[in-house]
Design a protein around this ligand. Sequence first.
Ligand code: GCO
Length: 255
Amino acid sequence: MTASLFSLEGKTALVTGSSRGLGLAIAKSFAATGADIVINGVDAARLDGTAAQLTDKGYRVRAEAFDVTDETAVVRAFERLDADGVTVDILVNNAGIQLRKPLVEFTAAEWHKVLDTNLTSAFLVAREAAKRMIPRGQGKIINIGSLMSNFARPTVAPYTAAKGGIRLLTQSMAAEWAEHGIQSNAIGPGYMLTDMNQALTSNPQFDSWVKGRTPSRRWGRPEELCGAAIFLASSASDYVNGQIIYVDGGMSAVL
Ligand code: GCO
């Protein structure tokens, strides 16, 4: 009974921003747990390379290159999936960027780019997925938040505003879509060893701060998000809605 509780057999999962980093780790874990996966990114060549690697591992993979901030591109992507009979049972809104500078130095264009990529995209993609999940009476939506969904630090204000929005957008999805059998939840990664955090891990002062501020005394590894992702993607979480699970080595639990 326990194994089937966490199985993704027979399900199809779309993971945005999954040509590398956290998104790729989550997509791989879903494939290893039985799901068919649809990977996404804006760079078609990089995406095809990733799809080939995953196919070589025996996974069932489809590459869908589209810009998650472009409403028309998102709508067209779901129309392509519809036309090919691909049903998105699980959506992971992972796509995101980071820009670090003092708030007074951000341009409006930079602000919009971060908010569009990290927050608006989650609305655009989840809207199209939910339109198809509602009639089926089932679906799983997992939004990737951050420690910044609830905490701030200097130089990452647009990212923090977006990730805070992700937390409340997740609750809004639950408020409207839970009655249709859709579970909408979020994961809040802590400080993870990703390309996006390269500038931080290679900064001795920041590295020391993360290790001192985190009860686990280390950075997280992308694959350490996968347990929470599989839980939220599987029937094990059918009565969990509107929640954010912090996978952060305990950082959000202590002063
Ligand atoms: C930063 C980092 C963080 C982490 C993560 C923490 O500059 O502080 O990029 O935002 O990436 O989101 O949960």
